[in-house]
Design a binder for this molecule. Structure first.
Ligand code: ATP
Length: 366
């Protein structure tokens, strides 16, 4: 196990700045995820930690030791690639034994470690199979066993589940988490899938266009997004472009179109470091309250139900208010609200549930 620290890390390819000024520390034994859309610099960052790329600027430290220019084979990392990168002409045993042979272990030691790694990924008895005789999920397990067999200090996983179908992905998600806990190994996981990131990680770094936007626990990132990019990339949210007009001890006052909206000024939503002027207002669909009649509370908007979708455990509503389509999610508890498409509806943006956050992206109106 080891800590991984990135200090002011920059990577430039020709005239493309792949990542800019990355600064974070991954703790010992932590499951840490790089999350972001395609091309945001996740793989480049992982490859700098593996040693396949060297940073243009900055440092990579393992346990405070400078590894910036150390070649991959001297880093004690195990890597699983998106396409698994298994050797198709070798058996399962030979694939898993590969790194151990390079390390010049004895035949008997290799056998013990390979069988142990295969047992851990639940592939006991598959030693003599050819890679081509395995399903995608089994190949994935072999790739994991190969990475774990060398007992690395750090496990690096680059979109390891993206080639699997939805059911297998769910299964492997639990499997990887189980293995990570069992080995207690510092793990860095790259994905663009927010469900994977939220469900597996101790902490997440959210990337966009080569910049790390926020580092936090899944709970922090969902409930206190650092800006509108993070709010919209992680889970669903309603984002409104607003003008912050004043901040008092108790409230943050913003203008949304012709309406004044009050937001509670509290630690979860302190608006600290946010200046007056254009900002975003965010509220999650499951926090929207709806009523068939006006109730006369603050932040009440009169809208019209445009679409209702039943998704089993919940109902999804799309409510038209001016140029906006507000999404609301109501858990199916057996009680019907009694709304149908076309009905007027009163939507409350509860002042406890709103977040005022910096606006870094163009906010899309419907
Ligand atoms: P994906 O999820 O699609 O793999 P990513 O977030 O992992 O994306 P990177 O592969 O790290 O993104 O790429 C970041 C940026 O750097 C992109 O603009 C990409 O085109 C560029 N880039 C990555 N590798 C190279 C390279 N070897 N040469 C030139 N440009 C590169």
């Amino acid at each position: 196990m080891a800590t991984v620290k990135l200090q002011e890390v920059v990577k430039v390819f020709g005239d493309v700045v792949a990542v800019q000024k990355l600064n974070f520390t991954i703790k010992e034994g932590e499951f840490f995820t790089f999350l972001g859309p395609s091309g945001c610099g996740k793989t480049t960052t992982l490859r700098m930690i593996a040693g396949f790329y060297y940073p243009t600027e900055g440092k990579v430290l393992f346990d405070e030791k400078d590894m910036t220019k150390v070649p991959p084979e001297q880093r004690n990392t195990g890597m699983v690639f998106q396409n698994y990168a298994l050797f198709p002409h070798m058996t399962v045993f030979e694939n898993v034994a590969f790194g151990l042979k390079l390390r010049k272990l004895s035949k008997s030691e290799i056998k013990i470690k390979v069988l142990d790694a295969l047992a851990k990924v639940r592939l006991k008895g598959y030693e003599d199979r050819q890679i081509t005789q395995l399903s995608g999920g089994q190949q994935q397990r072999v790739a994991l066993a190969r990475a774990l067999a060398i007992e690395p200090a750090i496990l690096l996983l680059d979109e390891p589940l993206s080639n699997l179908d939805a059911r297998l992905r769910d299964e492997m998600r639990m499997e990887i988490k189980r293995l990570q806990k069992e080995y207690g190994i510092t793990t860095i996981y790259v994905t663009h899938d927010q469900v994977e990131a939220l469900s597996m990680s101790d902490r997440i770094a959210v990337f966009n266009m080569g910049v790390c936007q926020q580092v936090g626990t899944p709970y922090e990132i969902y409930n206190q997004p650092a800006n509108d990019f993070v709010a919209s990339f992680i889970g669903e949210t309603n984002l409104f472009p607003v003008i912050l007009s004043s901040i008092t001890e108790k409230s943050i006052i913003v203008q949304l179109e012709d309406r004044i909206i009050t937001v509670k000024n509290e630690p979860l939503n302190s608006a600290e470091g946010i200046d007056k002027g254009p900002v975003s207002l965010s509220i999650r669909p499951e926090r929207i309250k709806m009523s068939t009649n006006p109730i006369g509370v603050p932040n009440e908007l009169e809208g019209k139900v445009e679409l209702i979708q039943f998704i089993g455990n919940a109902m999804e509503y799309e409510i038209r208010w001016k140029n906006y389509l507000i999404k609301a999610l109501v858990l199916n508890d057996g009680n019907e609200i009694g709304l149908k498409e076309g009905d007027p509806v009163w939507v409350t943006l509860n002042e406890d549930q709103l977040r005022v956050i910096p606006r870094i992206t163009e906010v899309k109106k419907d």
